[in-house]
Write a new protein. Structure first.
Length: 103
């Protein structure tokens, strides 16, 4: 059952998990277009400092590294990530890290 809410939906103080949402997509519970639109609008968190021995922030579920890890695990395709990035770059507030939009 899909119990992971979309971003902006509060569930007793817990934040939605991008990691869990991408897992639902990989399992076939979310359609591709919906996943792309949802992830492109996701409220990404700033990544905390990482330990060299643990390259993925396992305690943070809402960072761009989680999306990169999903790509490496085959949960999303390169094309999915490119489309998500294209939509993020086109958001009024721009990319989540404050970087300039790509040309």
């Amino acid at each position: 059952m899909n119990d992971t809410p979309a971003p902006g939906v509060s569930t007793a103080g817990s934040a939605p998990s991008l990691r869990a949402y991408l897992g639902l997509y990989a399992a076939g519970f979310v359609e591709r277009e919906r996943m792309i639109a949802t992830v492109a609008a996701w409220p990404f968190e700033t990544e905390e400092a990482r330990d060299e021995g643990h390259p993925e922030p396992t305690h943070q579920d809402n960072t761009l590294s989680v999306l990169a890890a999903a790509r490496l695990l085959g949960q999303v395709t390169r094309e999915d990530v490119e489309e998500i990035q294209r939509r993020i770059d086109g958001r009024p507030d721009g990319p989540p890290d404050g970087a300039e939009r790509r040309p």
